[in-house]
Design a protein around this ligand. Structure first.
Ligand code: TEU
Length: 541
């Protein structure tokens, strides 16, 4: 633990809100969200009570992967606005006390990035070695690695009681699943862990390191508060690029690599951030099923690396108390001894929303109580505060090569037919449960999911115990997760019923219901019973 006199870095107390900019708010009437749209809706975010925004990529991009394919790291795509719009957004957010974190895609660029256009132009080009080029094997790709997005998403299954070891994509037999593409001019192949339009950078080349540090400084100089580093497992490819074992043949290599090269890379990035005042944060997407490997990305004796890494295994698991208890225990057992701080997340722009996965509005409410009261930094994905499920996108209308359109539906601001998206029809349909789940309607209804999130965020902000306090389980029957959060002079008790029967949960002492998932009984004494899918935050009477 830090010395008591040492202030906790801001990001330990913060609640982050992920903005997927295409789908947040549109100021231009073209059906795609933009930076000015975000700026105009900052009041929604301060009213809600979040502390920091992570904005998915806003850089110049041909949009093969909707912005995760960057063609110019230091320009805003015209769809989203321009640098002035970004500056205005950062300034206005800061004036409201909101921090702004940008996405940083390290593993690859767009194939239309000038670096790659130079690299592919000739084997002698100075940029050739900025990317990963190899000769083929008798006309076949250099190794057996597969790219992401070549088939259907595999889900962790409930029935076998185990989290699937890897979440990946099932190859379609007819698809070109290889992570390599042959460039006719030289006859060599380039590596693309994701789409062919996303060639992988070679992080062993010091010029790539220097160029990327300059990119980070460009944004840090403009006042951004840090970065969310994309797809770090993909960066960690072994130097020999050897075949993967046959058992992994169907899994994208980007979900498997774990080479130390990524740790050098992250220590370098950390040094860049540490040149700037104010605890600039580095959040990593380290998509491994194994927490021990994720923890290594916080750094070690050779230096600090990430501040936060998403804790994905619970996100991809079922809504069951025993599973969540095991994940929470494992996270504490690994992270607490080395004072690493977890980042909890239920939904993001890559996976079906948890209101869908967990199967009901009531469960999504209970899950919100859990998310916002665990020890660690929570991330809220835009729209989960409305209780949105995914949009139903007919096969013929699908846009995303990874099949992820559903969770990227535009945020509904009003109950009007255009839901606050005037002008052209939004780029994707609205969520299947949009009726009654828009911001304006939910703001009028104190029992809405939106007001539940606000109440939880208000309670959290007022309670040192909920923000950074100790975590201790209390006895409760099996379908219930019950725990104390404790800081000097402050404590809370949380109980979350993952089952659909009412259950008695004794709380030792005398407690008042501060927040209740269904908003019933708040302010009253806790009576010792949780309803079906019930969840409460209790404060001492
Ligand atoms: O996702 C990368 C990632 O974590 C993969 O493991 C991915 O979830 C897996 O292959 C299953 O599809 C990041 C971004 O979040 C995603 O939107 C981008 O498409 C991807 O990187 C490429 O930049």
């Amino acid at each position: 633990m830090p010395e008591p006199s040492e202030p906790e870095p801001w990001w330990r107390r913060a609640v982050f809100y992920q903005i997927y900019p295409r789908s947040f708010a549109d100021s231009g009437g073209d059906g795609v969200g933009d930076l000015e749209g975000i700026r105009r809706h900052l009041d929604h975010l301060t009213w809600l009570g979040v502390d920091a925004l992570w904005i998915s990529p806003i850089y110049r991009s041909p949009m093969a992967d909707f912005g995760y394919d960057i063609a110019d790291h230091c320009a805003v795509d015209p769809l989203f606005g321009d640098l002035d719009a970004l500056d205005r957004l950062v300034t206005d957010a800061h004036e409201r006390g909101l921090r702004v974190v940008l996405d940083w895609v390290a593993n690859h660029t767009s194939d239309r990035h000038p670096w790659f256009e130079a690299s592919r132009s000739s084997v002698d080009d100075p940029h050739r070695d900025w990317y990963v080029w190899r000769d083929g094997r008798d006309g076949a790709p250099p190794n057996n690695w597969r790219a992401s997005f070549t088939g259907e998403v595999i889900w962790p299954r409930d029935a076998d009681g185990q989290l699937r070891p890897i979440l990946g994509l099932e190859p379609r037999p007819e698809a070109d699943a290889s992570a390599w593409r042959r460039e006719p001019r030289s006859g060599q192949w380039y590596l693309h862990s994701f789409l062919p339009e996303q060639p992988d950078l070679n992080w062993r080349n010091p010029e790539v390191v220097r160029a990327m540090h300059a990119v980070l400084r460009f944004w840090l100089d403009r006042g951004v508060d840090g970065f969310r580093a994309d797809a770090l497992a993909a960066v960690a490819k072994p130097a020999d690029l050897a075949d993967l074992p046959e058992a992994w043949a169907a899994v994208p290599g980007s979900d498997l690599h774990d080479d130390p090269v990524v740790h050098d890379m992250l220590r370098g990035v950390r040094a860049v951030l540490d040149d700037y005042p104010g605890d600039r944060v580095l959040i990593g997407e380290v998509h491994y099923p194994d927490l021990a490997r994720v923890l290594a990305y916080y750094g070690g004796p050779e230096g600090r690396e990430l501040d936060l890494a998403f804790d994905f295994p619970p996100m991809l698991d079922a809504w069951r108390a025993d599973r969540w208890r095991a994940h929470i225990d494992e996270t504490a057992a690994r992270f607490d001894p080395v004072d690493a701080w977890p980042a909890w997340v239920l939904s993001n722009h890559d996976f079906p929303r948890h209101a869908d996965r967990f199967g009901s509005d009531a469960r999504a409410r209970a899950a919100a109580v859990l998310l916002l009261t665990l020890r660690g930094t929570p991330f809220v994905y835009q729209g989960e505060e409305l209780g949105l499920v995914d949009a139903e996108v007919p096969a013929a209308d699908r846009l995303d090569p990874g099949g992820r359109d559903g969770c990227r539906a535009p945020l509904p601001w009003t109950a009007a037919p255009d839901h606050g998206w005037p002008g052209s029809r939004p780029w994707l349909p609205f969520a299947a449960n949009v009726d009654g789940h828009d911001v304006a309607s939910e703001r009028r209804d104190p029992r809405s999911v939106l007001h539940l999130y606000r109440a939880l965020l208000t309670a959290r902000r007022a309670s040192p115990a909920l923000q950074t306090g100790r975590f201790r389980w209390i006895d409760a029957p099996e379908p219930v997760l019950a725990y104390r959060r404790e800081a000097p002079g402050d404590e809370r008790l949380v109980a979350v019923n993952t089952g659909s029967q009412a259950v008695a949960v004794a709380a030792p002492g005398d407690w008042i219901v501060e927040v209740s998932a269904d908003r019933v009984g708040e302010g009253a004494r806790y009576d010792g019973t949780l309803g079906p899918d019930g969840a409460v935050v209790l404060r001492p009477a």
